[in-house]
Write a protein that binds this ligand. Sequence first.
Ligand code: ATR
Length: 263
Amino acid sequence: MKKYLVIGNPIKHSLSPDLHNYWIKQNHINAVYEKKKIDNNELESLILEIKQENINGVNVTVPFKNVIIPYLDALSDEAKKTQSVNTIYLKNKKVIGHNTDIEGFEAAIKKINFDFNNKKIFILGAGGVVPSIIYASFRMGSSEIFVSNRTKSKAEKIKNIFNNVHIVDWGNIPNFDVIINATSLGLSKDDKINLDFSKVGKNKLFYDVIYNPSETNFLNTGKKLGNIFENGKLMFIYQAFSAFKLWHDIEPIINSKSMKLLD
Ligand code: ATR
């Protein structure tokens, strides 16, 4: 039986096993997908297990998407450019790191038919998923990208990867077409982002990477002000879709049942 894992810390709330095991069963694959909380000092032995084919694929989440890189034999272009890995597999005896968050974000934006071409994107946060969102946004034709983070030094670090992004002081809001919440603010229902959106205007896209709760205060504010809004559920599903396809060479079905697993 093949074995797949999602690693992170914390990992308790990950819904990746539910989704992957649903698709594994649906496609009659002899495999199991589990979650594992690990510490930094376990990364090396984990990679060895992949090399020995005791583990056949790994998804990586916070806080390991970047720190796992030195342990890998090679990176895909996307993983290299974002310095971020969320999917690992073995190819010709080499452990390869790839990034399906990019495809996940792009597929989600395509699905809602929002055109990023020539649009100004304002990203809140500077955590693990932000380089993927920036990469995908530029690939979809965005003209300018602004990043603001409570801890400014962390936002400045993103300029080492993408020197053409603009860093904005936390509290300031530049003119934008799309605003993306990539902070963890909103995971608790009562969380509020301490920014004043009252003057941003209408018909923008308010996008939240968070999908549980399905409507954060951030999305609710955008909605009340007359904007389009979308949560991160499709992005999550599509990043899993791409990882599944890579490992099993099968495109899993995305239907109401697979969507419901993430509620
Ligand atoms: P990591 O930073 O470990 O990659 P993450 O969940 O990907 O974890 O990122 C959390 C993001 O939410 C960070 O951008 C964090 O800002 P800091 O870098 O200043 O910590 C942001 N965040 C968390 N709590 C916040 C708060 N109360 N106000 C503003 N931003 C917050």
